[in-house]
Design a protein around this ligand. Structure first.
Ligand code: PLP
Length: 253
């Protein structure tokens, strides 16, 4: 059986990040991505020029229609866009008790450019961190959410917001290797990956979706994290120059 994964995220017309990345990663790892699209962005592989959020009533009707029909083995959340959409997602998650929630707390694109309203960080911390089993911020997102600088300060602060596992990714750092740190209630675990040359569009989306697919398939958390990082590493190794900006990961697996 292919597991169904409910993806709640934004659309990137370049095909590199957002919902395209989610669908490709989940499909490649053997799941079905059912999608609620929170917002439509205006961007290419070079930069983000803006976004429009989807009408809340439409999202509510889509969610209600999906939930009448399908059962989900995991939920993956990416770009949320506004506190109102975040509150809608929180209500939706309350209708899916026991379903693991993987939260990629998207605030901005890797190349810069906001992907949400000003008060999104506060709403994410209050509404979605407590409902998620895993959050996957990159270091700049983690620091902004936590209001703390440095990976340890940010990780420890985020753990106090009720999500039991926080993976802070080091793709945006300037260390030689990419260091990803998992903060959990009783431990910290690190993974180190050789830093690949170039800048990539949608690496965070790909990682969170890969984790969601593997968790939906029943892998234990640490195994899902190790395997999904390996999957992303291969996708980035094979990334190609589709436009003039960031490279697009090859998510065929
Ligand atoms: N979600 C959407 C809709 C985006 O457009 C982007 C970046 O452009 C992201 C999420 C985050 O992308 P990344 O995985 O590069 O952090």
């Amino acid at each position: 059986m292919k597991p169904n994964i409910l993806v709640i995220a934004g659309h990137d017309p370049s095909g590199g990040a957002g919902i395209h990345a989610d669908i490709e990663a989940i499909h490649s790892l053997g799941g079905l991505a059912a999608t609620l699209i929170t917002g439509l962005t205006i961007q290419n592989s070079q930069n983000v020029r803006g976004f429009e959020l989807v009408d809340l009533n439409l999202l509510e009707r889509q969610a209600e229609t999906l939930l009448e029909d399908m059962q989900f083995s995991a939920v993956k959340i990416g770009m949320t866009g506004s506190p109102a959409i975040i509150r809608f997602i929180a209500r939706l998650l309350d209708q899916l008790p026991g379903v693991p929630v993987i939260l990629d707390p998207v605030l901005a694109a890797e190349a810069g450019g906001s992907l949400g309203e000003q008060s999104v960080p506060e709403a994410l911390l209050g509404e979605l961190f407590p409902r998620a089993m895993l959050a996957t911020p990159n270091l700049p997102e983690a620091e902004r959410l936590a209001g703390a600088s440095g990976v340890v300060g940010a990780g420890e602060t985020l753990l106090r917001h009720g999500c039991p596992n926080v993976l802070i990714t080091g793709t945006h750092d300037d260390t030689d290797a990419v260091l990803n740190h998992l903060f959990s209630e009783n431990q910290v675990r690190d993974w180190s990956w050789p830093r690949l040359a170039g800048s990539f569009h949608g690496s965070g989306c790909t990682l969170a979706s890969a984790c969601a697919a593997l968790i939906a398939r029943g892998l234990p958390l640490e195994q899902a994290l190790t395997d999904s990082q390996g999957y992303v590493y291969r996708a980035l190794q094979n990334a190609w120059q589709a436009g003039r900006g960031q490279l697009i990961p090859d998510r065929r697996g």
